[in-house]
Design a protein around this ligand. Sequence first.
Ligand SMILES: NC(=O)c1ccc[n+]([C@@H]2O[C@H](COP(=O)([O-])OP(=O)(O)OC[C@H]3O[C@@H](n4cnc5c(N)ncnc54)[C@H](O)[C@@H]3O)[C@@H](O)[C@H]2O)c1
Length: 262
Amino acid sequence: MTDYQALFALRGRKAVVTGAAGLIGREIVAALAQAGAHVVAADVDADRGKALEQVFSGGGQVVFRRLDVTDLDALKQNIAGLSAELGGIDIWVNSAYPRTADWNAAVEDITVDSWRKNVDMQLNSYALSSKYAAESMKGRGGAVVNLASIYGVVGPSLSIYDGTGVKPFSMIYAAVKGGIVNLTRYMAAYFGGHKVRVNAVCPGGVFDRHDQSFTDNYGSRCPLGRMAHPEEVAAAVLFLASDASSYVTGEVLMVDGGWTAV
Ligand SMILES: NC(=O)c1ccc[n+]([C@@H]2O[C@H](COP(=O)([O-])OP(=O)(O)OC[C@H]3O[C@@H](n4cnc5c(N)ncnc54)[C@H](O)[C@@H]3O)[C@@H](O)[C@H]2O)c1
């Protein structure tokens, strides 16, 4: 009989999570580490990264490494360095969220400079990280998971933001996340023959101490009636990183409480 628990187990696997110190990233680190993986928690924020390392104090199973995914010229070498350190990367998760201070400007206020910088920081960093990570897995096999968003597949529901103090997501975010969704599909096609699976997760809004007026509006638009919890996103990443999803690639997995189903 198939051992289904073993399919989710990651013992002996080497994983890298970018944006590991973030709201979703740290839950992904927890999920992969609990499944038995050795996890490199990669982030630009050394203080929060090292604090995360301390949470998993047993046996160096989670180690922090400073990685700036927006340093595109150094990315190939940096990923090769991590691969050499780990003896090969089995799982790469892109969950970093680099952005400029004005990344969420209103449509009318978006400058050419800001548009270029955010596409470079948010989309190109994911594209090149995925590409170099997948190349490093050629032959041995592996799994790449990209964090996209509901706003990579549908437009924003602008009315839920009215009167809440929460700003709607930028037009740039739609271009970035839509780009990540389809580059995931391209990469799945290209790397499938190399035993590398490439998938995306599209979370809905994740609760982060939002105001009640916003969570009420959000819940009224969403079939499950609430925002997501970070661990619900991490569980989907665990599935896509493990052998439980061995025949899943090019998938864009909605973790959105049904937001895009209606
Ligand atoms: N939070 C949500 O509601 C939500 C919803 C849908 C999709 N997402 C996506 O999930 C991913 C993670 O989001 P989050 O909410 O955890 O964000 P977050 O801001 O909480 O965390 C992002 C992390 O990325 C790190 N980071 C920033 N710049 C970096 C760089 N140059 N190199 C490496 N690390 C860098 C930050 O230090 C931080 O620890 C993003 O792709 C985001 O678009 C989030």
